[in-house]
Design a protein around this ligand. Structure first.
Ligand SMILES: [Fe+2]
Ligand SMILES: [Fe+2]
Length: 257
């Protein structure tokens, strides 16, 4: 898999999109963003034949950079949908720019996120509401699945599963904070400490984390692609799910028994 080529690497070239998966008909790109902060964000582009979807489109501040990266792959107006796993500004504040470019853009999100989006734009939006049972179909017949992740950290948060690449786009779940960033991790133990820095404070409880991990377990996952920090490759996916099952966070720590 292409993604394996980046194991343990901190990229220095942000001048072009990074191809993580490609089978000719279907591709996944990492687009960036090159922040010098521990809270750096990731934006991904999914291509299915001629259809393009942006996952975790990012902030208003990052929009021009992301637009430039997409332009190296396709015309930005070819993007048919964006996926907003929740409404935080680092995920969704670029929304007004997207609607300016493409007023009929599909905004794939949860109902709890949808009600907050008018605070970014009063324009009418073509929202597509996800659930665990919902499938988003490309014209090719390929379909995206969604895994609701209640209270991780937002009540209406969710992850997106692409059955072709077998990538799980996990949003803030599996996020990590670090300065020593690598695109794809090569060691889980040290990475778990970087995930602790985020999860202990942001995630609601062990019950929420364990419940989500158990819903993901039946999926064949070749990589976990979070919105912050590094990608977790197949060799550490089980470690990642076990990490969530054992995680003590949020109210577990604030109000111990
Ligand atoms: Fe968030
Ligand atoms: Fe985030």
């Amino acid at each position: 898999m292409l993604l394996d080529n980046f194991t343990g690497q901190s990229l220095s070239n942000f001048e072009e999109p990074t191809l993580l998966f490609d089978n000719g008909m279907h591709s996944v790109f990492w687009l960036g963003y090159p922040e010098e902060t521990a809270f750096r964000t990731n934006t991904y582009l999914l291509r299915d034949k001629e259809e393009f979807i942006v996952v975790d489109p990012g902030s208003s501040e990052n929009f021009e950079f992301i637009k430039k990266r997409i332009h190296q792959i396709t015309n930005v107006s070819e993007v048919c949908a964006i996926i907003l796993c929740h409404q935080d500004p680092d995920v969704a504040s670029s929304l007004p720019h997207w609607l300016d470019i493409k007023p009929d853009l599909k905004v794939i999100t949860s109902h709890r996120t949808e009600v907050l989006l008018p605070h970014y734009s009063k324009k009418e939006m073509n929202t597509v509401i996800i659930s665990d049972d919902f499938r988003f179909s490309f014209s090719s017949g390929n379909r995206l699945r969604f895994v609701e992740a209640p209270f991780l950290h937002f009540p209406g948060a969710f992850a997106t599963y692409d059955p072709v690449s077998k990538f799980l786009f996990s949003g803030d779940v599996f996020a990590a904070l670090d300065y020593d960033w690598k695109l794809v991790i090569d060691d889980f133990e040290s990475h778990a400490m970087k995930m602790d820095l985020f999860h202990k404070d942001y995630m609601a409880s062990n019950k929420a984390a364990k419940g989500f991990a158990e819903k993901c377990e039946p999926l064949k996952i070749n990589a976990i692609l979070p919105q912050h920090g590094s990608i977790i490759p197949e060799s550490f996916v089980k470690n990642g799910l076990d990490y969530l099952k054992e995680l003590q966070c949020g109210t577990d720590l604030i109000y111990p028994d």
